[in-house]
Design a protein around this ligand. Structure first.
Ligand SMILES: Nc1nc2c(c(=O)[nH]1)N[C@H]1C(S)=C(S)[C@@H](COP(=O)(O)O)O[C@H]1N2
Ligand SMILES: [Mo]
Length: 378
């Protein structure tokens, strides 16, 4: 027998059907979040079999926007789901038999992993790393596998109950004047809606004015673009403004070192592309500069079959270098940008030169580029 703190409320509201409906919403949100997160992970650490195109230019903006939005919307859903079953989470004795023990262990793992996912994700968006004594990306990634594994186990174990709860409508037995199941689901849905509306404007520009909970919004910051890491923060101010600055490009045939005048004398191109940060914000800019494929051709690599290792003036830091894979290197939209919105790049946006490529996470759009090494891949 389950003891309950508030039998009046819970006898009417808590039911397998309520838990089942919340569970379906949560499973959809979590699965979307998992798949989009996995895509983001694979783009950043591509195994040999993985291939990510350079078009459509804003695809990553959509997948990562969904990742963060579904994660945030899961907060009220998970809260309500836990509320709907919590007397049973503390049921005594802890296990009736071995099967029950395994089932409960899977639930414990699922709850722990899900909470860990949501909390670490939110801390990362808020850029509050102090409570995370581990590298966020690794912790968030590995616990995602734990969460999805536990979720699949949980759904498998509960399938008969889920099926019954979802096919057989049980009466909505509220006392007169009390909260009904429909009312509760409406409230949870509204909470998820408000959270989405208050944050989605970080990537859906027309909703930016109502994105009151978004740490970064499109159209804000120097040159109307949010800044991730500043030039001062990266310790590159002196190197960026050094008159001796050269962009060094190395390829199979030769190495060239180009000063700013020489870079400006090469054919210039303008593209409209977003920075789409893994943290869920994105903002479109109008970038001008030299095509990466032109630079690579200059040092004797065939741009159709090459990749480029792009390094920053930034001496240390996890995001000081990146590899541009063949689809992006080939793409005429991929630039070493010198200008943003018609002006010389702001120092915080990567002056004197930064990488901007279509359909790539912001974290791979290297700022303050100093060196490019082209390698033949075919
Ligand atoms: N060298 C270097 N480039 C970098 C970073 C960095 O830390 N160092 N941060 C990246 C991240 S996480 C993002 S989202 C984009 C943001 O570009 P912005 O600051 O011009 O908007 O820059 C990327 N380029
Ligand atoms: Mo980022």
């Amino acid at each position: 027998m389950v003891r309950d703190a508030d039998p009046g409320l819970s006898r009417t509201l808590r039911s397998p059907r309520l838990t089942g409906l919340l569970g379906v919403a949560l499973a959809v949100a979590f699965t979307t979040c998992f798949v989009t997160g996995l895509i983001s992970h694979l783009i950043q650490r591509p195994p040999d079999w993985f291939w990510w195109p350079s078009r459509p230019v804003g695809l990553y903006r959509v997948t990562q926007g969904l990742h963060v939005a579904t994660g945030l919307a899961s907060v009220p859903l998970l809260g309500a789901k836990l509320w709907s079953v919590y007397p049973r989470l503390f049921a005594w004795p802890p296990a009736r038999d071995l099967a029950h023990a395994i089932e409960r262990a899977a639930v414990a793992a699922l709850v722990a992993a899900a909470l860990f996912q949501l909390i670490s994700g939110i801390l990362n968006i808020a850029r509050w790393y102090a409570p995370m004594p581990f590298f966020f990306t690794a912790g968030h990634y590995w616990s995602a596998w734990l969460a999805i594994g536990a979720l699949i186990t949980h759904v498998g174990v509960k399938l008969p109950i889920i099926r019954q709860a979802l096919t057989r409508a049980t009466p909505d037995l509220a006392q007169p004047g009390a909260l009904t199941r429909r009312g509760l689901l409406g409230t949870v849905g509204a909470a998820a809606g408000v959270i989405t509306l208050a944050t989605i404007g970080q990537t859906v520009a027309p909703l930016a004015p109502v994105a009151v909970l978004a740490p970064r919004r499109p159209g804000t910051g120097p040159q109307r673009l949010p800044v991730n890491r500043t030039a001062a923060g990266a310790g590159v101010r002196d190197a960026a403004f050094d008159p001796g600055y050269r962009l060094t490009v190395t390829g199979p045939a030769r190495t060239v070192s180009l000063d700013l005048a020489e870079l400006a004398a090469l054919p210039q191109h303008t593209v409209v592309l977003p920075i789409a940060c893994v943290e869920g914000w994105s903002s479109t800019g109008t970038w001008s500069g030299v095509r990466l494929r032109d630079l690579v051709a200059l040092v004797g690599a065939d741009p159709e079959n090459a990749e480029a290792y792009v390094e920053s003036l930034e001496a240390r830091g996890r995001y000081r270098a990146t590899t541009v894979p063949p689809p992006h290197l080939r793409d005429p939209y991929t630039l070493i940008a010198l200008r943003l919105g018609g002006e010389v790049l702001h120092p915080d946006h990567g002056y004197p030169a930064r990488l901007i490529a279509p359909n790539r996470p912001g974290v791979l759009q290297t700022k303050w580029v100093a060196r490019i090494t082209a390698r033949i891949t075919a």
